[in-house]
Design a protein around this ligand. Structure first.
Ligand SMILES: [Zn+2]
Length: 541
């Protein structure tokens, strides 16, 4: 008996002793999807100084730690915070501050919104973004006749949803002195020898330089609203796919004032100033801002027939698209990347562009095996080139919602045969063993649950098509979640610090409102709570 009491006391003493380990926060009664190597699920997690101390069974964690704060998750799903591995916060800011044309169901609606917007503001340059003629049931681009009549004296620039085509009025055409101008990687569409008002790719970039900028204050306000919405969806990190030199300072100042709470991996456009920045700073990582890559734009989009294909477009035999950055330029950037340790993340949509980029990466692979050269989109590939991605450690960054949005016209552009290598995410995964998922917002919405539905079910939010678009390319839910958590961490060399819920990693996690399932139809879901490095950044309560 004496012995038993001794044992009992001993156990009590031991527990009290261990309870002495004090942590800041314990999350328990949860379904914690750790996304570790074996995809383990646990019930509880202890957090201190923004880091995970331990993840394990309920009693083990509750008995072991004394805590200042606890969250009883009520059995809800907990995941590592989601990453959108390809988004454009800056474009979304512009879209919000300018005329938002997304969701317009006809060209008439575009004109209606344009007139309403113009009557209510004082800016002497009208910029709209987000129209999509495919939604209006036509393959043809609109022309500028109506906007010329309405706005003879104010420049008007209306950018298509994908950012690769725009409609401008004659006033802007004259102001930009486009007559007779030949812009490399750009295009001015003509009809009967006259410009229709539609311009493509680098011509838009050129014209955009004329837009009077918004103030920093206006942009910061829009940024904070967007950041809050991202947290609401459980997105804790965005890979911002292309920023100008001036925008480095914008994000640095937000970071310094602690308003940037999101983990931002900003890719630099390879301008002279940005290359100087990379050479001077090397890999830049301050608090929440990471800069360690260049974004190279290899071609345009499939929607605007600017994506560079090996063979002509199925629905326009006279064109096969074009490269927006010549190979010699790409190689120059790749050389800078090799020397600075920066990654090169190249936008490649067409099969020709993808081949060119994979070949370049193959060249670079000879110097260093683990450089994580990324291809952004990897949208249409020759199956032979998909195989090569694995051979040369090409890192794919793809957007599943593009597949289910483009399904309306992808076959028109490509024909049946070429569809076999299009939006082929499972085939890509079979050879690379890894990918990062994103949305390319504001081209698509940044709703990560739409991404999951598109990747796993190959359906849009309206559950179309019922049997899934190119359904054999569906990926498993587990791999989809990896593609939104640990693999994007790999995609920017941060896998040792974040992307899964394991001891020693940043406590960046989300508690979901509803259980995450992919059975049946699309269900709206949100974060119930969002934490970054142990700090609450969003709560639905
Ligand atoms: Zn993009």
């Amino acid at each position: 008996m004496k012995k038993l009491i001794f044992l009992f006391l001993g156990a009590f003493f031991l527990q009290a002793c261990m309870k002495g380990q004090r942590v800041d926060l314990v999350v328990h009664n949860a379904k914690i999807h750790t996304v570790d190597e074996n995809y383990n699920v646990h019930e509880a997690m202890a957090i201190k100084d923004g880091e995970i101390v331990e993840v394990g069974p309920e009693r083990q964690i509750l008995n072991k730690y004394a805590y200042d704060e606890e969250i009883d998750a009520n059995g809800k799903d907990v995941y590592p915070g989601f990453t959108d591995a390809h988004g454009h916060i800056l474009s979304l800011i512009d879209q919000r501050l300018n005329l938002d044309l997304s969701g317009s169901k006809s060209f008439g609606e575009v004109i209606f919104k344009l007139e309403k917007y113009a009557s209510g503001q004082k800016r002497k340059f009208i910029v709209g973004r987000g129209w999509d003629q495919a939604v209006w049931g036509t393959k043809e681009f609109p022309d500028n006749e109506k906007i010329n009549a309405l706005f003879p004296d104010i420049p008007v620039l209306l950018i298509r949803v994908d950012g690769h085509a725009a409609l401008i009025n004659d006033c802007l055409y004259k102001k930009a002195k486009l007559e007779g101008k030949n812009i490399e990687g750009g295009k001015i569409l003509l009809k009967n020898g006259k410009p229709t008002g539609i311009i493509l790719d680098n011509t838009i970039t050129e014209i955009s330089k004329l837009i009077p900028p918004f103030t920093n204050q206006e942009r910061q306000k829009a940024f904070l609203e967007i950041q809050e919405e991202l947290f609401q969806y459980g997105i804790t990190s965005v890979h911002e796919a292309g920023i100008e030199f001036k925008d480095i300072a914008f994000f640095q100042s937000m970071n310094k004032s602690k308003q940037l709470k999101l983990q931002l991996n900003a890719m630099l456009y390879p301008s002279k100033e940005n290359i100087d920045f990379a050479q001077k700073n090397g890999v830049y990582h301050e608090n929440n801002l990471l800069i360690r890559s260049f974004k190279v734009v290899g071609d345009g989009s499939l929607g605007s027939r600017g994506a560079c294909l090996k063979h002509p477009y199925h629905d326009d035999p006279l064109t096969h698209g074009f490269l927006t950055t010549p190979v010699t330029e790409m190689r120059k950037v790749a050389d800078v990347c090799r020397k600075t340790g920066y990654q090169m993340n190249t936008h490649a949509i067409g099969d020709s562009t993808n081949k060119v980029v994979i070949d370049l990466i193959a060249e670079m692979y000879a110097f260093k095996k683990d450089h994580r050269w990324r291809i952004e989109h990897a949208q249409v590939l020759d199956p032979a080139d998909i195989k090569k991605m694995g051979d040369y450690a090409v890192f794919p960054s793809v957007q599943p919602t593009h597949a289910v949005s483009d399904q309306r016209w992808a076959e028109d552009r490509l024909g049946k045969e070429r569809l076999k290598g299009a939006y082929a995410y499972q085939s890509i995964l079979n050879t690379t063993g890894i990918f990062a998922l994103g949305t390319d917002f504001p081209v698509e919405s940044f709703d990560p649950f739409a991404t999951i539905h598109a990747a796993v079910k190959r359906k849009n939010k309206e559950n179309f098509p019922s049997s899934g678009f190119l359904a054999s390319e569906a990926v498993s839910l587990e791999n989809c979640i990896r593609g939104m958590t640990i693999w994007p961490a790999f995609a920017c060399f941060r896998e040792k610090s974040t992307g899964s819920l394991e001891k020693g990693k940043e406590a960046t996690f989300i508690i979901l409102d509803y259980p995450l399932t992919v059975s049946g139809n699309f269900k709206e879901n949100f974060a119930y709570m969002t934490y970054i490095k142990g700090k609450k950044v969003y709560s639905a309560e």
